[in-house]
Design a protein around this ligand. Structure first.
Ligand code: ZN
Length: 225
């Protein structure tokens, strides 16, 4: 039995991560969060792709981070910027990966899974502190101190297969594994049909990735760009 919990937002990175976990022979249990993000389109994509890509089970956890706010993604009074900001941008969601990984850790213990996969990336990314390798290493240490499974010697690994890859390398790897990127949603402010704005940081990293990979961009945009 080789089980893994995969954090799945429905975006390009997390869906590629799911494909990699599957290729490595894991039985995949996908976990998404309805945390009050600006649109539901990514949750729809995560569910659809989980089924298509053969996940054993897909779970959506409701945890409304709008109640603490503090991010352009969880507070509608803060605009999503259409240009790259210096420093950590306002799209950073306070402690989001710590919240998500903690719940993934709980589910992994219930499933007797010894692996959590998360599609964090330290190359083409927005400078979020909870995407850095040192953060992931620290969380893995905490995870093994925090659980009954850890105390009983069942070591849990946090797998970050994308951490050192550029966006174009991620896309190339996903294409080789048969990922259908037209169904993934990366945009911070996609519309109800899942069409991307083409302006936000996440859209720009995605566009550049397809360009650099020499692969035509299958993203559905709100307007021709
Ligand atoms: Zn966008």
């Amino acid at each position: 039995m080789k089980r893994a919990v995969i954090l799945l937002s429905g975006g390009l990175d997390s869906v590629t991560t799911l494909a990699i976990a599957k290729q490595q022979g894991f039985d995949c249990y996908t976990l998404s969060f309805d945390y009050g993000q600006r649109h539901d389109a990514e949750l729809v994509a995560a569910k659809k792709l989980s089924i298509q890509m053969g996940a054993i089970e897909h779970k959506v956890i409701n945890i409304d981070l709008r109640s603490i706010g503090g991010s352009a993604l969880t507070d509608t009074t803060i605009d999503v910027p259409d240009h790259h900001e210096a420093g950590i941008p306002v799209t950073y969601v306070p402690a989001r990966n710590t919240v998500f990984l903690s719940i993934a850790l709980g589910w992994a213990e219930v499933l007797q899974a010894h692996a959590i996969f998360v599609g964090v990336n330290a190359v083409d990314y927005s400078g979020y502190p909870d995407c850095r390798p040192e953060y992931i290493n620290a969380f893995e240490k905490l995870a093994n101190l925090a659980t009954k499974a850890g105390v009983e010697g069942q070591y849990l690994h946090i797998h970050t297969p994308l951490i050192d890859l550029t966006k174009s390398q991620i896309i190339q790897q996903g294409i080789a594994l048969g990922v259908d990127y037209s169904q993934t949603i990366s945009c911070y402010q996609a519309d109800n049909e899942g069409r991307a704005c083409g302006q936000c940081d996440s859209c720009r990293f995605r566009q550049q990735g397809f360009e650099q990979a020499g692969i035509s961009d299958p993203t559905y945009y709100q307007k021709q760009i």
